[in-house]
Design a protein around this ligand. Structure first.
Ligand SMILES: C[C@@H](N)C(=O)N[C@H](C)C(=O)O
Ligand SMILES: [Zn+2]
Length: 230
């Protein structure tokens, strides 16, 4: 199954990496699947995939795994995010992701890009999973969770280590060097940043979960993400 532009399915390179591609589901800040996400599959440039495999192999020795939240993002999905930010209303469920900042400000403040590096295949959103921990908590759309800056027990469950905020928490607490997190949370962030850096990935200071591989990008793509064939 060939993809355009040298993209591959991460599962075909390293199936042990956990994938929870949130923009293919309703469990994200928009509250519905985004345009172009026809399947919850992490699609990456081959070089990016090989480096993720190396990170995964190193972490597996400590009983940890990477968990991908977003990989290649079709350009139409970013335009969908722009339209969402301008739709004139904000729900309580949406504000769980941006409790202090109106959604109309998220682009200007750099939390979402209208032309994202994700569309070039050079950017990734991810976290770490402790394979020894109880990761059984599942997101329940009928539940009212606390916002993404709340203690982990009160936030929506993500089945991953406690990084101090949930994924896509557009808040100063989500900044990688935020001073308001606990020593354990800081240690997890440092661990992820260091592991990714050893394979050349660079973290984005405003989002502990967002990394890019300098030089891996190039043109932005808009092909939809489709189910992987076995
Ligand atoms: C929206 C968030 N997950 C993200 O990836 N932000 C960066 C800035 C982007 O949109 O490229
Ligand atoms: Zn990102």
């Amino acid at each position: 199954q060939s993809l355009p532009g040298g993209f591959v399915y991460l599962h075909d390179i390293e199936p042990s990496i956990i994938q929870d591609i949130r923009y293919a589901t309703s469990n994200n800040f928009v509250g519905r699947p985004l345009a172009g996400y026809g399947a919850g599959e992490c699609v990456v440039k081959r070089e990016v995939g090989l480096r993720l495999k190396a990170v995964q192999q190193e972490q597996a020795a400590q009983n940890l795994s990477l968990k991908m939240f977003d990989c290649y993002r079709p350009a139409r999905a970013s335009l969908d995010m722009v339209r969402w930010s301008q739709n004139g209303h904000e729900t309580a469920a949406e504000r769980r992701y941006n409790p202090k900042i109106p959604k109309t400000e998220l682009f200007r403040l750099g939390y979402i890009a209208s032309r994202s590096q994700h569309s070039t295949g050079a950017a990734l959103d991810l976290t770490l999973v402790d394979l020894n921990a109880d990761n059984s908590g599942k997101y329940d759309p009928s539940k009212t969770y606390a916002d993404c800056t709340a203690p982990v027990e009160a936030r929506l469950p993500e089945g991953s280590v406690d990084m101090g905020t949930g994924y896509d928490c557009t808040d100063v607490k989500g900044h990688t060097a935020a001073p308001t997190i606990s020593p354990d949370q800081r240690a997890w962030r440092k661990r992820l940043v260091a592991a990714m850096a050893r394979q050349g990935f660079v973290n984005y200071a405003k989002e502990w979960w967002h990394f890019s591989l300098p030089g891996a990008g190039g043109a932005a793509y808009d092909f939809p993400i489709q189910p992987r064939r076995n």
